[in-house]
Design a protein around this ligand. Sequence first.
Ligand code: VGL
Ligand code: ZN
Length: 198
Amino acid sequence: MKALLLIDIQNDFLPGGALQVPEGDRVISVANRLMDDYDLVVATQDWHPVDHQSFASQHPGHKVGEVIVVDGLDQVLWPDHCVQGTAGAELAGQLDRGKIDHIVTKGTDRTIDSYSGFFDNGHRKATGLGDYLAKHGVTAVDLVGLATDYCVKFTALDAVKLGLATSVIAEGVRGVELQPGDCQAAFAEMQSAGVVIQ
Ligand code: VGL
Ligand code: ZN
């Protein structure tokens, strides 16, 4: 069984959103076109409490883009984004949401971020995505969504570690690129870990 994973295709990551990814909206038509080709379509949804510790607003004196230590882990500070229950946290309106079989939320614990759809950044807790895929006999996953250099990368790396045959569909992903070259580096890192860039 093969699943299409839609990573964080949410309003806040689209142009005009709180944490906009350049050309982030371009992944939507790719996702919509691909959905029919898979046994299962699973979406991840970044779903933060209002006081999530990845938000620069929670750390007076620190700015967006800075890296600080939170609960023993390096944390990039982001603008407030994907706050539970807000419009920005909703999956993109133009996404064929009726074709999504299952949604996994992540980043729900205020003290730890979760770039991967499988585990938090400390690999302390699982989200349930791995169990869900195993229960449905999924052995291969293809990824599209946002952002190449954060949630797509860490989800793909965890998928490989879990033994899934993992591809990232290059035309269906876009990155934040806090630093120029971050996306290229992310593709290289995924590839050397065994992810097929397709
Ligand atoms: C993401 C930064 C913070 C992502 C989520 O979806 O790539 N990036 N939260
Ligand atoms: Zn987030």
